[in-house]
Design a binder for this molecule. Sequence first.
Ligand code: APR
Length: 234
Amino acid sequence: MNQTFPIKLDDYNRIVFFTGAGISAESGIPTYRGKGGFWSAYDYEEYACQRAFDADPEKVWDFHEERRKFVAGCQPNKGHQVIADIQSKKPSTKVITQNIDGLHQRAGSGNVIELHGSLWRVRCDREGIVTDNTRIPLQTRKCSCGDYLRPDIVWFEDMLDTTVLQEAIQSVAKSDLLITIGTSATVFPAADIPLFAVQRQITTVEINQEKTPLSHYYTYSIQGSASEILSRFD
Ligand code: APR
């Protein structure tokens, strides 16, 4: 029986979607934890941290370019599409994502706050320049200054960009509805984001395949697949 969604979106004007890897699972992109999780196949200390990059940039770039190639072959799914459609009807709607795959943008979402960076940007830390780059493979892995370019993603042990984090927190604090989708709520400070809504008694909804350590804080916690549940919106 197709249970309706517990709230009516028309009752809200400042909606924030907060997403994790679970919203991209139905696009064929592995989540990080749980069965078949990305980190069960790859040791992040070898491929996804500054130390590994400093020790062997070519090895980390080989790994990263494989991920770019794989994700480029994946398509946004119904869940991404529903969010983009809601944004087009309600332009004040914001998306905060932990994902680096760019699928929200490819589904047509704007105003996407990428807490953990993007597969589709590279940066030179010496020159402090960040550039969009979707070329597969990269034309060059080096900046014109001679240094290696670095993927513009937040690796383990990296600090998050405080401007981006503050923008996300402000968006949640000003929202009247927070909908969290597909995150295990285990990586901080991102996992704290929903609590800024809970503290302000803002209506909160969690959509996830399984319960998380934050499920009991939400106004509604719904277990199931992101695209199936999102498609129940009126
Ligand atoms: N629909 C809804 N939820 C799903 C689906 C689905 N189809 N498939 C999986 N999930 C849920 C899982 O139950 C899990 O709780 O999505 C969650 C994904 O959790 P993680 O794999 O831990 O991903 P995420 O929470 O986004 O990880 C946060 O950790 O490794 C770092 O930087 C990386 O951004 C990432 C961060």
